[in-house]
Write a protein that binds this ligand. Sequence first.
Ligand code: HEC
Ligand SMILES: [Cu+2]
Length: 356
Amino acid sequence: MKAGKQPVILFPEEDEVSAPMIPPAAFTRHLAGLAPAALFLFAGCTGPQSALQPSGAAAREVAYLWWAMFWAGTAIFVLVLALLLYPVFRQRARRWRIPPLQMIVAGGIALPVVALSILLVFGLRAGSGVSADLPEDAISIRVTAHQWWWDIEYVDRRDQSRNFTTANELYLPVGQPVELLLTSSDVIHSLWLPRIAGKIDLIPTHTNRLVVEAEETGVFRGQCAEFCGLSHAQMAFYAVAVPQEEFEAWVERQRAPAAPPSTAAIRAGKEAFDASGCVVCHTVRGGGAWGVEGPDLTHLGSRLTIAAGTFDNTRENIAAWIARNEQMKPGNKMPEFPHLDRETRLSIAAYLESLQ
Ligand code: HEC
Ligand SMILES: [Cu+2]
């Protein structure tokens, strides 16, 4: 737990649990901006999850639409107020008479038709990202929502054997449109990455498509935006936008199988992991674990958070998660392992941390 941060859930026991606030610098700036809140309310419009600070083409369209609606709404509000105040201050001699029928046609039909048509044009523009065409070799990512985490598979269209799976973290190459193919394994979820794109539903047995493009490097927060059950509010993820070369290096590392244990302590952790039944639900490619009920852990050590953006990815948090995940994320589908002593849990956590 870094100084000045409040844990989401306080644990009376020895395990320290900390929740992520990424990037911390942006968060502090955010808080500092809120201090003179009465005057500078707009400071709340920035941050890792603000639709008003777009960093992607699709999000920019949504922000345009938002501002168009804001200014159109303001203009109409001012107009209506002016019409309301006019009779109050009018001078008898200069009375302005419009026949009632013309008034209804102008204010009740013409004005809404014009205003809504303009908004429709903006709205269609903003929605066009969903159907954008992509080059043959564009990157495809299959995202499957589960209660309450995201399974993320990078698809190689030319050679499916090069596909690899990760979870709760989306790497994007900057300046390159990427196709997300979205579905769900249980209920309807919604993927929302406000700084990169608009939101779209993930529906069981159906695949939705969304084209996203990050325009600058950074770590952006995303979230499930459709109530999907008990831990809906803890169903987040992070998108990490990096330059092309860095992205390719990341892909190579993720595609590789898990590193074999390099020290005796890590080997002991792996043995405890294999013996405790974790392999029933989790995959560690190259580590002999092939379960699919839970997130792929092959490169867990390289991720920022655990439990779908809910906690920092630290050894302490993983150790706490193994024994008391129900308290940390109520309703989640992983059983607790309270019988594993703290030493064992820490050693399993050290093994998972070594999976870079
Ligand atoms: C019955 C299936 C099941 C078993 C057995 C199981 N897990 Fe899990 N695990 C899950 C599910 C489901 C999640 C996702 C929870 C969530 O975020 O909602 C999860 C999440 C995790 C995470 C966080 C991963 C991430 O990317 O956020 C870790 C770490 C983890 N499990 C480790 C373990 C360890 C270690 C064991 C064995 C002691 C274990 N699990 C046993 C189902 C299981
Ligand atoms: Cu959800």
